[in-house]
Design a protein around this ligand. Structure first.
Ligand code: TLP
Length: 351
């Protein structure tokens, strides 16, 4: 039980005592000189878990995706990705600004491009069109409510892209949530793509950072992009040390977050005027719609009322659209907190 039940994001997780201790003890060096042993350790662990040749510790998922897109593409190329993807919606158009690539968002049913959609989106060799430079996938999918796609689905999409000589990047900010939910190893997902970014600073609980994984060659290019945008860090072992603890200790417990999300979703589904698609609740994210008989304006007002009413009851949630709310479970939210959140929603929804 916590004083405040913070369901806004798993980015709000606080470092564990063990992480803080590892951070205090971390052996460090200058990482731009590639001399920080703790950063190297985290990168090697990440690469090993994902079955890739190398890893690169970066400050954020956003930087990992940016470095990946820019490293895979040339200016003037096109990147095929899902319309609701994080890269397209929430990364401040960094790849377009820095990499000079054009985004080609495709509307998908569940957040995952199908092989047919990729086939259709790939550009033909024609003087008028931008050549396709990259396909990006996201697993789990944030805006679709933490849904997972299987390694086999990734394999099928990647086969189409690779058949056309186009690389594939996976935004796996929450890849370990997918791995735990589907009981597969992270490498099962990674083996079909050319690069993966995953975050240690979300459900895994570390305070800072993500790791980009891929071939040695690719990581050398990503390292240059990271430096170009000012992301070269010096004694970063101090923060990377928490990432090591995250990978060693925090992966298996993600199942608890998934169970809490399930309990929350099932409770919300029973409340009036809330529309919860239980099939979409596969990991630690619950996104639900708010309805009102008087129409969209009233639904929007009801959504604001729910967010502020919950906050007044020390339950923090986040509206991700005019009539939709996102709740994210994580290590700093326990089963009692879920009950408290349901109580708050129950009081407000029946008003
Ligand atoms: N997502 C954040 C916000 O930016 C929306 C959140 O609270 O969920 N890929 C995916 C799928 C993400 O969900 C996020 C963060 C990122 C990349 C970016 O990671 P950071 O925040 O480390 O730059």
């Amino acid at each position: 039980m916590h004083d405040i039940v913070d369901l806004r994001s798993d980015t709000l997780t606080l470092p564990t005592p063990e992480m803080r201790e590892a951070m205090a003890r971390a052996e460090v060096g200058d990482d731009v000189w590639e001399e920080d042993p703790t950063v190297k350790r985290l990168e090697a662990m990440a690469a090993e878990r994902l079955g890739t040749e190398a890893g690169l510790y970066v400050a954020s998922g956003t930087l990992g995706n940016l470095a990946s897109v820019v490293s895979h593409t040339r200016a003037g190329q096109e990147v095929v990705l899902d319309l609701d993807s994080h890269i397209f919606n929430y990364e401040v158009a960094g790849s377009t600004v820095i990499g000079n690539v054009q985004m080609r968002p495709v509307k998908t049913a569940r957040g995952f491009l199908t092989p047919e959609q990729v086939r259709e989106a790939l550009r033909p060799p024609n003087i008028h069109v931008p050549p396709t430079g990259l396909v990006c996938l996201e697993n789990t999918h944030n805006r679709h409510g933490g849904t997972c796609c299987t390694p086999e689905e990734i394999e099928a999409v990647a086969a189409v892209a690779h058949g056309a000589g186009v690389p594939v990047h996976l935004d796996g900010a929450r890849l370990f949530n997918a791995a735990v939910a589907l009981r597969r190893s992270a490498s099962d997902f990674a083996r079909h793509v050319d690069s993966v970014t995953f975050c240690v600073s979300k459900g895994l609980g570390a305070p800072v950072g993500s790791v980009v994984c891929g071939s040695r060659d690719f990581i050398a290019r990503a390292r240059r992009v990271r430096k170009m945008v000012g992301g070269g860090m010096r004694q970063a072992g101090v923060i990377a040390a928490a990432g090591v603890v995250a990978l060693e200790r925090m992966v298996d417990r993600l199942a608890e977050d998934h169970a809490n999300a399930r309990r929350l979703a099932e409770g919300l589904a029973k409340l009036p005027r809330l529309r919860v698609d239980l099939a979409s609740v596969q990991t630690n994210i619950v996104i639900f719609g708010v309805e009102h008989p008087e129409g969209p304006g009233a639904a929007q007002a009801a959504t604001t009322g729910l967010v502020t009413g919950c906050a007044a009851r020390k339950v923090k949630v986040h509206a991700i659209g005019p009539a939709s709310i996102r709740c994210v479970t994580h290590k700093d939210v326990d089963a009692d907190d879920i009950e408290r959140a349901l109580e708050a929603f129950g009081e407000l929804a029946s008003k």
